[in-house]
Write a protein of this length. Structure first.
Ligand SMILES: [Zn+2]
Length: 303
């Protein structure tokens, strides 16, 4: 049955659209130790793909697809293969970032913003409207609902009194999204492995975010130092801990199955990015702490 596309509102047979783009799950699977993905809250189920919902018509899917292709070719693939550290971009990057933030917020708007105040819900609706009109080339820029992108890297030393024991596994391997809202600030957080997109619903202090803004027309990212508010650092740690806690709930049977997969594919497992991420946590916090919270490296949340 034809239904209106969430972007162009034309009635069409809607596609099963990915909320987090499909290429992220392809990368996660290809670089994993077992070749399977697990998503919270159903960690005991192995799956092959991320969350999909009927959202877009095929023309709008293709529209998003062009920006995703440029992003994979120019940034995501070279970054994940360690082939470059600095990336020039054109207007496709702001479109890509907005397309991700818009998809996530469109999905969460229905019944996942209970922690938002009425004023923040209004701001979320304004963000959705301006992002949509930017995606349709009806507005020249997303206004104050800016997009920021962070390219994360391994943490090999720290000065914090306490650090999540799975921090590097979280940084390097997790895929998830969230609508964050704390007092005066709200944003859409989309984590695609080492790449994080933060799309602002309401920005409390723009001057505290330096080095991460994605310009509408062109620019370059990578190799820069970001200056971000402390509250965002705490938010990242909280997300990492939450991912680790979910892993504690994995069933005995599944844990055995993971160990078996690892043993049967030892060469692949040791060469995998999952293994390297675990190794980085062992270096960072020591073996006993690193393995206290979970048994497998990938922490994904398709929601
Ligand atoms: Zn459409």
């Amino acid at each position: 049955m034809a239904e209106p596309c969430a972007l162009c509102v034309q009635k069409a047979d809607l596609q099963d659209s990915h909320i987090i783009p499909a290429f992220v799950f392809r990368w996660l699977k290809e670089s994993s130790a077992t070749g399977f993905l697990r998503f919270r809250p159903e960690l005991n189920k192995r799956v092959q793909d991320g969350l999909r919902v009927p959202l877009l018509c095929s023309a709008c899917e293709q529209r998003f697809g062009q920006w995703e292709k440029r992003f994979v070719e120019d940034i995501y693939a070279p970054l994940n293969h360690g082939k470059a550290a600095r990336f020039a971009y054109g207007s496709w990057l702001s479109k890509f970032c907005v397309s991700v933030s818009w998809r996530v917020l469109t999905f969460l708007r229905k019944d996942n913003l209970a922690h938002f105040s009425p004023a923040m819900i209004e701001a979320a609706d304004r963000a959705l409207a301006i992002w949509r009109s930017f995606l349709l080339d009806e507005s020249p820029h997303p206004g104050k609902h800016q997009q920021h992108m962070l390219l994360l890297d391994v943490v090999d030393e720290h000065t914090f009194s306490e650090i999540p024991p799975n921090l590097n596994r979280y940084i390097l391997r997790s895929v998830e999204f969230d609508a964050a809202c704390k007092s005066k600030e709200a944003f859409i957080y989309s984590k695609m492995g080492r790449v994080v997109v933060v799309g602002f619903i309401h920005m409390a202090s723009p001057r505290q975010w330096q080095g991460s803004l994605i310009h509408v027309s062109h620019g370059a990212i990578g190799s820069q130092t970001y200056t971000l508010p402390d509250s965002f650092g705490r938010y990242l740690f909280e997300r990492a801990r939450r991912a680790g806690d979910f892993y504690k709930n994995i069933s005995r049977r599944q844990a055995d199955r993971i160990s078996r997969d690892y043993r049967e594919n030892m060469d692949k497992a040791v060469a995998s990015e999952t293994w390297k991420a675990m190794d980085q946590d062992v270096k960072l916090v020591g073996r006993s702490k690193a393995f206290g919270s979970e048994s497998e490296g990938d922490q994904s949340n398709g929601r």
